[in-house]
Design a protein around this ligand. Structure first.
Ligand code: HSE
Length: 343
């Protein structure tokens, strides 16, 4: 079976996904009997190309590496923006990877609406539309018999969302607690090792974990967006960004870090979600945890989530929360889930 893909946003994640198709396409065909053909790519900086015959992922990657854009690639159609690509392309699935905006969810939400209206499945790693408009978008998809894959919105390719929805919800999720922002966890880890806040943040930016504007990371908005997504998907409680009691890490001083260390504790930016009589209680805040806490040993840019359940007790998933291949992998997982649910 073949799936035709249109990719909106060809930055790190889109290129990471193209690398996965380039390097593992044959194995995916053998293992799952599926082939993924990229028929369209649009990116505000790199250009826009579409061709029903499809593109070789290696050609796309080479063009971006050598020329910085897709201009040299033969294509039937050029110049479509994200909405036009979603609407007009010959794709079965629109892969929405444009930048995250947690205030409006745009332009990604418009792209997703256009894709669904045109009868196309959607896969996205973009937190904006999922944190702000999931109820509307999932209803649009359901009415049309389409799927929206959002695995990469929380902890990149570490299987957090689908595991939670498909395998843990029946166990009765009583609480979710997680280290959901790699930048903050990296900064806190480096400060424990003696680095300054500014140096550690610069390293996180150099390593590519931090968002374009790191305010979203260090003030807890990114983690809050993930808490909202988990509430909406796992607890079916529609909350918004304003419902999360949020404090970031920018107020933590070296003295705070040393004091915790002296007491055998460690600061972590922890997102928490707990059912309450009138919905859920959601928070993101720096917390001092004892070294025996399941999340205390999660260092650097690594993320983790603990699902506390009635039937299984605590289940903790630890893994990457960002990265080119790591987030690209989540796109593949969602595509295979679309394949699994439609055969
Ligand atoms: N900036 C985010 C982080 C990337 O540091 O975790 C993934 O959402």
């Amino acid at each position: 079976m073949e799936y035709r893909l249109a990719i909106i946003g060809f930055g790190n994640v889109g290129q990471g996904f193209a690398e996965i198709l380039r390097d593992h396409g044959h194995r995916l065909l053998e293992q799952f009997g599926v082939r993924f053909r990229i028929v369209g790519v649009t990116d505000p900086l790199k250009g826009s190309i579409h061709d029903p015959a499809g593109f070789d992922p290696d050609d796309l990657l080479d063009a971006v590496r050598l020329a910085g854009n897709l201009g040299g690639i033969d294509a039937a159609d050029r110049g479509w923006d994200g909405t036009e690509m979603a609407r007009l392309s010959s794709a079965d699935v629109v892969v929405e990877l444009s930048y995250t905006d947690l205030e409006t969810g745009e332009p990604a939400t418009g792209h997703i609406r256009a894709a669904l209206e045109a009868g196309k499945h959607v896969v996205t790693t973009n937190k904006g539309p999922v944190a702000l408009h999931y109820a509307e978008l999932s209803e649009m998809a359901r009415e049309r018999g389409l799927e929206i894959g959002v695995e990469g919105t929380v902890m990149s390719g570490t299987p957090t969302v689908l595991n939670g929805m498909n395998l843990l919800r029946a166990a009765g999720i009583k609480r979710v607690q997680g280290i959901l922002n790699g930048t903050c966890n990296y900064i806190l880890t480096r400060m424990e090792e003696g680095s300054t806040y500014d140096d550690a943040l610069q390293e996180a930016q150099d390593n590519g974990y931090a968002e374009a504007d790191p305010t979203g990371d260090v003030e807890g908005f990114d983690a809050a967006g993930k808490v909202v997504i988990l509430a909406n998907l796992l607890m079916s409680v529609p909350i918004g960004m304003d419902d999360v009691d949020r404090t970031g890490i920018s107020g933590l001083t070296p003295a705070d870090i040393s004091a915790a260390q002296g007491a055998g504790e460690r600061w972590k930016l922890i997102g928490t979600l707990e059912p309450a009589d009138d919905g859920v209680v959601a928070s993101v805040r720096p917390e001092r945890v004892p070294l025996s806490h399941p999340l205390a040993s999660v260092g650097g840019a690594t993320n983790a989530v603990t699902y506390s359940t009635e039937l299984l007790g605590d289940v903790t998933l630890i893994g990457p929360g960002a990265g080119r291949l790591e987030t690209g992998y989540s796109v593949l997982v969602d595509l295979l889930e679309i394949h699994r649910t439609s055969v």
